[in-house]
Design a protein around this ligand. Sequence first.
Ligand code: NAP
Length: 305
Amino acid sequence: MDKKIVLITGGTGLIGTQLSKLLFDKGYQVRILSRSKNKEQNNNYHYYAWNVPKKEIDIAALKNVHYVIHLAGVGIAENRWTATRKKQIVGSRVDSALLLLEKLQQINHRPLKFIAASGIGFYGAVTTNTIFTEKDPAHDDFLGNTCKTWEQSSLKFEKAGIPTSILRTGIVLSKKGGALEKLCQTFKFKFAAALGNGQQYMPWIHINDLCQLYLHAIENTAFIGIYNAVTSEHVTNYEFTKALVRKHNRTLQLPNVPSFILKLIVGSMSEMVLNGSRVSADKLERGGFKFQYDTLEKALEELIV
Ligand SMILES: NC(=O)c1ccc[n+]([C@@H]2O[C@H](COP(=O)([O-])OP(=O)(O)OC[C@H]3O[C@@H](n4cnc5c(N)ncnc54)[C@H](OP(=O)(O)O)[C@@H]3O)[C@@H](O)[C@H]2O)c1
């Protein structure tokens, strides 16, 4: 039987790299759509180029593709949120999705499914007592509005008759890069401290579970619509920091990092780490997904050796 073909936009990133390997190992043909063909390439995958601002895609990337996974986007937590950066954060996700759809329609090809990333930033940078579910509306702040527009562009695939799943993703914990690496940086200097008042929640997911979830979305036709991609365990920033400290055999001696210091260092982006509410994993679990790493302790056991 011919291999099913999966095209991953942003397949060179943190999630895409691990997801490509999982899909290849599971017998899929993996295509990667990237801005640069000069990046280090893996012989197991097929690479194609695109240029979103110029509205260009190597059309061969889309031919006969069965599944499209849309991960591409400028890093949200990498640079200060200047007006230009904010435009890039939105445009790189939304314009790219619209371009993909336009080109698929031009060649009259309908993949079996479109699966897109989104973020729990949808619920806003707010600390509340609410446990947010997929039925809650987007919060009216930069992250909430970004995720809403991003999801609206993904839902255009659904309207065009392509079954669509959206994974509203929490903080992805991985050995290489991402949030955990940043959180662990201070341990090199032998200190660690919670951020702000430490009471903000940090909905998270282990990268292995997230990649399994993308596979689940591919393999289950009934898995369509919007899902929170987070584990069911709720931890605050203080609890998270304490768990990291235990794992590094240190003690938490320092006072919390004051909010104003973070605001001075990273500007309005500090909202993202100083605030956070609980996010429900119920719909995901009802959809038949089983987490391998359902507690932070299990996740850190695997991630920090
Ligand atoms: N990691 C997390 O904790 C997390 C949490 C929630 C949601 N997400 C979302 O999940 C998606 C994947 O996350 P990730 O952590 O794997 O991100 P990542 O490591 O930053 O990778 C994203 C990829 O997007 C591509 N890209 C960057 N700027 C672009 C632009 N201007 N136009 C088109 N493509 C661009 C890059 O690929 P090329 O250089 O090859 O083009 C890059 O490898 C992102 O949309 C992210 O917002 C991630």
